[in-house]
Design a protein around this ligand. Sequence first.
Ligand code: FES
Ligand SMILES: [Fe+2]
Length: 391
Amino acid sequence: MEGSAYLLPEPTHDTSMTEVERGTPMGELLRRYWHPVGLTADAGPTPKKVTILGEELILFRDGQGRVGLIYPRCCHRGTTLYYGKVEDDGIRCCYHGWQFDVEGRCLDMPVEPEGGGNFKRKVRQPWYPVEERYGLIFAYMGPPDKKPLLPRYAIFEELEEGELVDADDSSLGSGGDVVAPCNWLQHFENVMDPFHVVVLHDGFSGTQFVEPMGIMPEVTYENFEHGVRSFQVRTLDDGRTLRRITETVLPTLRIVASPVLTPGRCGFIGWTLPVDSTHYRIYTAARVTKKGALVKNRSKPGGKLWFDMTEEEHQKYPGDWEAQVGQGPISYHSEEHLGVSDKGIIMLRKMFNEQLAAITAGEDPINTARTEDENYVTSQSGNWFEDVAAE
Ligand code: FES
Ligand SMILES: [Fe+2]
């Protein structure tokens, strides 16, 4: 009975790498960074519920155009500001009308003497700082004295003529629904797994990208100043060489050039946002020449959009979503057997462990710039074809 499932020990996951709630090791590491919480258009005059890193929050934009991200329970007697009214200078609670600005200052208490007088200066609705960039709203949910600058990315700062930056919230690149029911790390570490492309996206499910992606690549990896990158070299049938570079930038950025092999440098960044410990979604920004062009990049396993597939088709043409959600809400690390082909994942996990150790030691983790000079992330990701025969 060697290998009997009856003999399996109780499975466990690595809690320090996966769980994102406040007070957990990874939750605290992730809280040292800015995360996308919505598209620019998501913050408006109607309060919107968002869940980020396991925290439920309310997003809105006041009449003066300022974005607010606040704790939902009103600091008076706790009803939710989801039912609040957004006004010119803040949001007003539905229950007794306390009004707060985007930084949680109480501006008015209409049923208290003198509109709250001094009392209103003694309360503060809990809030988080936000900034808008690249069509996205970013929030910083960590210790106030550790807030880094919101990063700038060369991909979006060095535009060519006619290009603009567009953003998308439909989890492009996950292959499935907008909020995927599994841990964020399952998706993020997949970026450093170039071998699954040959199996899952080609041999197993038929060509999900383009044919050259089905050729077994020679792969090397390196740590670089912002994360881990892989170099994938493929010899094409026509004798040319395809060099593809893919990057993970800590904590959650996937810089993955077009899998349909558009030549040149990568024009996308995807942020793998942990909604909570067992759900993630992806926000994407990209250089495009036309607004709205981004969403056309949605993959079509088996020629159909994921939403339109039958259960049978999901089994016949699984993609990233099926494989990663198939690992369970949080994958059991105790049951893994990592091989040589998992080197990129091992390097990425090691880099995360180093950052967890850094914050425990009171140091700043990677990619937390404090001066504008240091606040610039460049990328080598892209696809390059070399015509070896012509040399
Ligand atoms: S509970 Fe919000 S004003 Fe009373
Ligand atoms: Fe994939």
